[in-house]
Design a protein around this ligand. Structure first.
Ligand code: MLT
Length: 259
């Protein structure tokens, strides 16, 4: 768990003056994907970046459903006596954020959906998840560290050695059992397009200009469906927009928080 400016049930010393921003990481990553945001938001806004169960420093097993991940976030809020958050989710974290909103709308003050989608997996995507499980079982985590970066990063991002190493390192650290369960959870996740029209809190949609997994055109359409929806394009970035363009990304979030 990474955090700044939030006192969690007796640990830490800072006081919360505002509703904390809780950032949910993507697949197969962990809370270190938000390190750039922790630096940016320090002294500006309280931030919580938990590891989803099974990932990063979490000692729990990963659930096999997106709702299971959302329930874990609810337990985290309960443990820490937090009754309101601004919830932001990147990609798989966005699936979890939407499920959380559906289950516990009263706990969400604002929502940010980052390089993600509301729909479920197509038949083709589900088949791809099954193939990924087979590759994981045959080749281990290395398969993901090798194949995923070029989907997560833009061509420019792939040339940035430090960034590429960070992403590969993060993927390599994750447990195969957690990767498998998360693949199953994403494959079988509920289609939540219907929820967009029902959301009655402000929602920011953020997308990297060169995101090939959840393209900007798709996210812009989602933003138009939501009553209080707004859209920010992160120029030049791929799917991992917050890691490729941390300043521009963080400024978009800060504008949303103060807007
Ligand atoms: C992610 O970045 O979390 C994943 O690419 C999401 C997915 O595979 O659907």
């Amino acid at each position: 768990m990474r955090s700044w400016g939030v006192s969690l049930s007796g640990t830490g010393s800072a006081t919360i003056y505002e509703t904390p921003l809780l950032l949910l990481h993507g697949f197969p990553l962990d809370s270190s994907m938000w390190d750039g945001q922790l630096g940016f938001f320090k002294d500006k806004y309280p931030l919580l970046c938990p590891d989803l169960p099974g990932f990063g420093a979490s000692r729990k097993g990963a659930p096999e459903t997106i709702e299971g991940f959302a329930e874990d976030i609810k337990a985290f809020l309960d443990e820490n006596k937090l009754d309101k958050v601004i919830l932001a989710g990147f990609s798989m974290g966005g699936y979890v954020a939407l499920a959380f909103y559906e289950l516990f709308p009263g706990l969400v003050e604002k929502l940010a959906l980052i390089d993600t989608r509301a729909g479920g997996d197509s038949a083709e995507s589900k088949a791809g998840r099954n193939r990924a499980v087979e590759s994981l079982e045959a080749e281990g985590t290395g398969f993901f560290a090798e194949t995923m970066p070029r989907l997560l990063l833009s061509e420019e991002g792939m040339k940035n050695e430090r960034l590429l190493n960070d992403v590969c390192g993060m993927i390599s650290r994750q447990k195969p059992a957690s990767i498998k369960n998360a693949l199953i959870a994403m494959r079988d996740r509920k289609e939540r397009g219907f929820l967009l029209e029902k959301i009655n809190v402000p929602v920011l949609f953020v997308c990297g200009e060169k995101d090939v997994l959840t393209p900007p055109s798709e996210m812009e359409k989602m933003a138009e469906t939501v009553k209080g929806g707004s859209f920010r394009l992160i120029k030049g970035a791929g799917h991992l927009s917050n890691m490729e363009e941390p300043e521009e990304f963080s400024s978009a979030l800060l504008d949303f928080l103060s807007g």
